[in-house]
Design a protein around this ligand. Structure first.
Ligand SMILES: [Zn+2]
Length: 140
């Protein structure tokens, strides 16, 4: 375990190691639209709650959202999923809001041009440790 953590120490994404690995598939592509229980566990560990900026809804009360919308060819792959609370998951379905992954691997909620006031696009509420990082987002 120590070697694994040491090997991953330079990575900045996230490290989630689960006891008793069960070989559950985390990349389902277009074969299934609904996230599996294994994907939800990983998302809960990674996102911890709704990924929309300003939202404090914890992971247990969220739904799984396709970052690239399913109707636009999105995949049910854990790297293309995020947690969103029910109201916001339904809102984004019927508006011009969009979600995408930035170069740091964080989920951004992008407002339509008429609503873009320069607001935050990433939710830091569930990740207070991010506030300890320098502006470039690279760890010490
Ligand atoms: Zn929310």
């Amino acid at each position: 375990m120590g070697d694994l953590i040491r090997m991953a120490s330079h990575a900045f994404h996230y490290l989630a190691v689960f006891d008793q690995h069960t070989s559950q598939a985390l990349y389902l592509g277009r074969t299934k639209r609904i996230a599996s229980p294994a994907q939800r566990i990983v998302l809960h560990a990674r996102d911890r709650g709704c990924s929309r900026p300003g939202c404090t809804v914890p992971g247990y009360w969220t739904q799984v959202h396709h970052v690239t919308d399913w109707k636009n060819g999105g995949s049910t792959d854990v790297d293309d999923l995020t947690l969103a609370c029910g109201p916001e998951n339904r809102m984004i379905e019927h508006t011009d809001w969009d979600t995408r992954k930035n170069r740091r691997g964080q989920i951004e909620w992008v407002p339509p041009p008429g609503l873009d006031t320069g607001q935050h696009r990433v939710n830091g509420y569930h990740h207070p440790e991010r506030h300890l990082l320098p502006e470039d987002g690279q760890g010490p």
